[in-house]
Design a protein around this ligand. Sequence first.
Ligand SMILES: [Mn+2]
Length: 329
Amino acid sequence: MASTFPQPLDAALVPRFAGLPTFMRLPAVTNFSDVDVALVGVPWDGGTTNRAGARHGPREIRNMSSLMRKVHHVSRIAPYDLLRVGDVGDAPVNPIDLLDCLKQIEQFYASIFRAGVIPISAGGDHLVTLPIFRAIAKERPVGMVHFDAHSDTNDTYFGNNPYTHGTPFRRAIEEGLLDPKRTVQIGIRGSVYSAEDLDFAEAAGIRVIHMEEFADLGVAATIAEARRVVGTEPTYVSFDVDALDPSFAPGTGTPEIGGITTLEAQHMVRGLRGLNLIGADVVEVAPPFDQGGSTALVGATMMFELLCVIAEAHAQRRTIGAERSASVE
Ligand SMILES: [Mn+2]
């Protein structure tokens, strides 16, 4: 049974530097109904306010993802034996028209959602999460575990422009796509525009875990708090690589020192096992600022970590669903 699922190219047969650089060396898939979990690129950084370059993220993450293997070394989760996973390519983008691009990304994800497929995406800047939410959270708001140096709940930039990578979660809350009371932000830090920058997030009910509190709590207590906040309802994971210290992830648009280590981030994602996870993204990998592909490797590895916990969650939902319909018969 498991052997019928798509598998990554075997690195013992085809070396990692050969072949088409799809995500995780999986087959490229054009029909969404051929997969249960879709790995998607969103090569767009039209929401970036300063150091652009995340549009090049998906291609470099695909390249570095050739280093990933098939089985998680701690949890022993083997995602490609649980479900059909494939690279469905990139969402269509428009680098010179922000509103058109938001629409195109939303439509692409709406097709994925209609096919009953779970998306795990590589950005792109953080604004790409908004059209993803517009596609997958229309029927009911989702909860979110959000790793980031920034809350991304600012209001407007450069006049009255509502759409930048600093505003997606304010818009998502306003549009009823994101439940702020089931949202936890981890790693928030850095200088702010004004002392009131976090007022919206906190007044809306987001649980903001600033980097200083994370340092006090430690990994285990932070996981427990995140699980308490999101509960058992559908939850999305958004991983901005700038949550990490720039010594681990220098290739990003808005680096902030004093961040999370890669190992802490891996432990926290593993700690999301068993939650009702319905999708994830890794955003803000900006290859023009990267050094030797290290940030793209971080992005690819965090995608694999997310794939493992999400594939397990999706497979469990399917088993429960199958048992329910069997008991009804
Ligand atoms: Mn962000």
